[in-house]
Design a protein around this ligand. Structure first.
Ligand code: AMP
Length: 300
């Protein structure tokens, strides 16, 4: 079992119509590894400044997350600020201060050189190759995510990385933007044609659609009446999905469907509180019980 997650460890400032939270711990690597930790022992790779709280690293360790791949550099930790509308699906990025993440070029420790699953959780696509080239064995699955920031600033790099990726996670807006098509089905299929075996399109409160060569699978989102903070939902979806795949060591269609439900379950918990707070006290049984609820929700 081994899942290596390369992503951001961050301070997030989150603005919703009801609250403003200044510099809470977040980041794609943080959210994703916390979600995956319910299935496997993820290894997270990232960079932080000296201002990142030691307590937050210990918290990751308490979730059995391997943090040997987290580098501490002089300077400030990556800082992202996002503002949500009354509709929590509407998000505007107010600020992206890359800080030490700007020239992030990790050297992977020895224990991380043979991952079964390698996930690029929303980092500069131009950095993927430098990381892949350090590996001693080809991962069984390579997966990646992007957000608008990378699609807008490095579209060619995103596109060429898709040719080397087995599973691509993106949200609906990003897939449409990348494919240049406003129809989600056409856009998903077009991106699938660029290389990945699976394109997983996250649609916020409307769940997710999974496109494969001979697969089209939809999973709902948990019917949640109060979304406190949608930040990290996509990362947690990917963490639940890939963590489950790593646990079951199978990559067939049935496993993909169950993985998608676990992804949606983990995302549904993340949005119930600010930042990573919902993970405090979240148990395996909570996850299994919501998984059963999903089953009821869609069986007919
Ligand atoms: P999500 O809500 O799942 O799309 O992810 C939100 C997380 O992504 C936040 O915790 C941010 O710190 C992180 N994030 C935002 N922009 C970037 C970026 N350009 N590169 C890496 N991580 C980012």
């Amino acid at each position: 079992m081994s899942l290596v997650i390369v992503g951001s460890l961050a301070f997030d400032t989150i603005v919703t119509p009801f609250a403003r939270k200044e510099k809470v711990v977040g980041g794609s690597g943080t959210y994703c590894s916390l979600a995956a930790s319910y299935f496997t022992r993820p290894k997270v790779v990232g960079v932080i400044g000296r201002d990142f709280p030691r307590k937050a690293l210990s918290y990751l360790e308490s979730h059995k997350i391997d943090i040997q791949g987290v580098e501490v550099k002089p300077g400030k930790t990556f800082h992202w600020e996002g503002r949500y509308g009354i509709d929590p699906n509407m998000r505007t990025t107010v600020k992206t201060e890359l800080n030490v993440f700007g020239d992030f070029a990790p050297r992977l420790p020895k224990a991380l050189l043979r991952p079964r699953i390698l996930y690029f959780a929303n980092i500069d696509p131009g950095r993927h190759e430098g990381i892949r080239s350090q590996l001693k064995a080809r991962p069984k699955v390579t997966a990646m995510d992007t957000i608008k920031f990378w699609i807008e600033t490095k579209p060619e790099a995103v596109r060429s990385e898709l040719g080397r990726t087995d599973i691509y996670f993106a949200n609906d807006e990003e897939v449409k933007m990348l494919a240049g098509d406003a129809n989600l089905i056409k856009a998903g299929k077009r991106v699938l044609g660029w290389g990945p075996a699976l394109v997983i399109v996250k649609k916020g409160e409307h769940g997710a659609l999974i496109f494969g060569r001979d697969l089209l699978f939809g999973v709902p989102a948990h019917p949640c009446e109060e979304v406190v903070d949608p930040t990290g939902a996509g990362d947690c979806f990917a963490g639940g999905f890939l963590g489950y795949l790593d646990k079951v060591k199978t990559c067939d269609r049935a496993a993909f469907r169950r993985a998608a439900v676990y992804g949606s379950v983990l995302a549904s918990f993340a949005i119930e509180d600010f930042g990573i707070d919902r993970f405090a006290g979240l148990t395996q049984e909570d996850i299994e019980s919501r998984y059963r609820l999903f089953k009821k929700l869609v069986s007919f």
